[in-house]
Design a protein around this ligand. Structure first.
Ligand code: PLP
Length: 224
């Protein structure tokens, strides 16, 4: 069940900051997405390829689908025809596969590099050096990578009540975003997305410069 009130408050807050709201609908029924769609929401985020493909087929074509989970190279082909933005690119191999599938469907697929910013060990993503290595590699092969486009960075902060720590992690991501832009995307307007902030920490993320927040439970209630 979605709460129209939570949606209203959230969109109001975000309007002032101009951050884009991605409603994370993973594990929630199509009817919940339809309810939010009727309220005007168009950007939705999903974590699982099969679930995303099934939902996309049933829902309006003007929904912008964000893939925010960990993407395996062998599954890119299923979402390549329609995905709006892939948030979790964490290897050159995955970037190349997205390019290959983009070419097959004759569309340039926008992506974000996922950075590891949390203290916890379990989360996916690149560290700063790995990001630079990937971007160096990308720079050299850019002429062959015309069907993929890097639009920015994404990251997840530690799951902690320590707001100062969360803020520091987001600040670190923002610094890496600026470094990447300066060094590899200067004057390229498409590199503009900083995807950070979830239900528990989106206010901190926005204060630190987030352009896209990914919010699930605050809108749809707790997941099973
Ligand atoms: C599930 C998920 C979210 C949304 O989490 P909430 O805490 O429910 O807002 C955001 N980003 C990613 C990558 C997720 O996996």
């Amino acid at each position: 069940m979605i709460t129209a009130e939570a949606f209203g408050q959230l969109t109001h807050t975000l309007q002032e900051t101009q951050a884009t709201l991605i409603a994370v609908s993973k594990l929630k029924p199509v009817s919940d997405i339809e309810a939010l769609y009727r309220l005007g929401q168009r950007d939705f985020g999903e974590n699982y390829v099969q679930e995303l493909v099934e939902k996309q087929a049933q829902l309006p074509a003007d929904i912008r689908w964000h893939f925010i989970g960990h993407l395996q190279s062998n599954k890119v082909k299923y979402i390549a025809p329609f995905v709006h933005l892939i948030h979790g690119v964490d290897s050159f191999r995955l970037l190349s596969e997205i390019n290959k599938q983009g070419e097959k469907y004759d569309r340039q697929i926008p992506c974000l590099l996922q950075l590891h910013i949390a203290g916890e060990e379990t989360k996916f993503g690149l560290d700063e050096k790995e990001m630079i290595d990937l971007l160096e590699h990308y720079e050299v092969q850019r002429a062959q990578l015309r069907y993929v486009r890097i639009d920015g960075l994404m990251g997840m902060a530690s799951f902690t009540a320590d707001k100062a720590q969360v803020a520091a992690e987001f600040r670190n991501l923002k610094a890496m975003f600026q470094l990447a832009r300066q060094s590899y995307f200067l004057g390229q307007e498409h590199f503009h997305i900083l995807s950070m902030g979830m239900s528990g920490d989106y206010e901190t993320a926005i204060a630190e410069g987030s352009t896209h927040v990914r919010i699930g439970s605050l809108l749809f209630g707790q997941r099973q």
